[in-house]
Write a protein of this length. Sequence first.
Length: 480
Amino acid sequence: MGYPRSFLRLLVIGFSLVALPLIGALATSAIAVDQLANRSQIAVYGAVQATQSSRRLGELLTALERGARQIVILDDRSLLPAYESIRAQLLKMPAQFAELPFDAGQRADLDAILRGENGIYEALSNPRVGRSALQVRIGQFGELAEHARGIAAWSNALIDREVESMHKTAGNARRLMMWQMLALVPVLIFLVVGFAILIARPIREIDAAIREIGDGRLQAPVAVHGPADLEYLGGRLEWMRQRLIDLEQQKNRLLQEVSHDLKTPLTALREGTQLLTDNVVGQLTTEQREIALILRQNSLELQRRIEKLLDFGAIQFQRLNGEIRPVDPHDLIEEVARSQKLALQAKELTLETKCGEVSVRGDPARLRTALDNLLSNAIRYSPDGGVIRIDAIRDGDCCVIDVIDQGPGIDPLDRPHVFEPFYQGRYRGSGPVKGSGLGLSIVREHVIAHGGSVEAVGANGGGGAHIRIVLPLAQRKAAA
């Protein structure tokens, strides 16, 4: 999917899309609650009005019956106006009941009450109707009261129906909000996870590029996919990578030129010392031979350092182009131990090895060089008669190789820098030749080329340096 032009706009869009479902859910819930409140208000008002009207109707019928009986018992038609005033209130009742949801039965009861009362009123108003006939008419108030009780019962049923309706409305609102919540949760999770991925992806790519550049792995180009401002930042990192590659190539060319310029006089120096030690120009005295041997030894050491400089420059950006095959660390350790046998004997050092059933995939020559440099360092810093231990064991999907000596160890302040080129630690090893500071740098480059890692572990129980190499197993590489 396409990204917006700026990282800030991406954040705003993400927060907006996450907030919109929440706002919609809140609006829907507010509407449902408002409908429930309106329905409750209407129900309460209708129930109160129905109750009051039904009770008022019963009271009016009772008052009319009392007034009618007074007229008949006293035989006094002058009380008729009082009856008529009450009757006027009864005639207003249909208007009040018209606002209520009457069904056919209740309307029939109300009409029966009005017709029956109207017949009683006509009898009371007619002077020709005798007393016995009026008593019969007044007896009809009992039937009218039954109709009034029917209307009252309907009012109670109306209240019950409205309460049940409010329960249903509340239940529907509750179910609506619950379904909204259930539907909202996966939507929010999808949006949050989706935008987290979109936001984290360019940041993760930038972080990976910075780590690669910081570790000196400059082979892969920097590619950042995201907003325009982050892609611009990725472009600047790619420019930095190219610039570092150019600088490294210039450094390598300089090393090659300097090394080539040094080889010619170095070759003449070696040939001259060889002629002197072979007595080609005449027999040398003991002192002269000693000086010639010192010159020869130092010329050899100088050649070794020049070759190490060239090797270091060559492996900086070199991929694994040699023989890549499964390698047994036990065989590598045995080869390195044989090559360092004289140096071990010179300091009376004991080499202890422990190798499990493990195999790595890589270039045997480069792995051998890495182990040889580590063992050389251990010999240089170990005290006479000490012990050097090399362990190669399997740890999950990795092979862990530990090289441990009993020397002064690595100062905590030096530990983050010991793998930097030409770095010299605070402790100096013994021996006639000073180290170049490239041994551990070459180890690091070889290990990284195999997809592994190397670190200086804290001091072990007996003191000394502890260098750990972690390499992927041959099985995992093959599966990949």
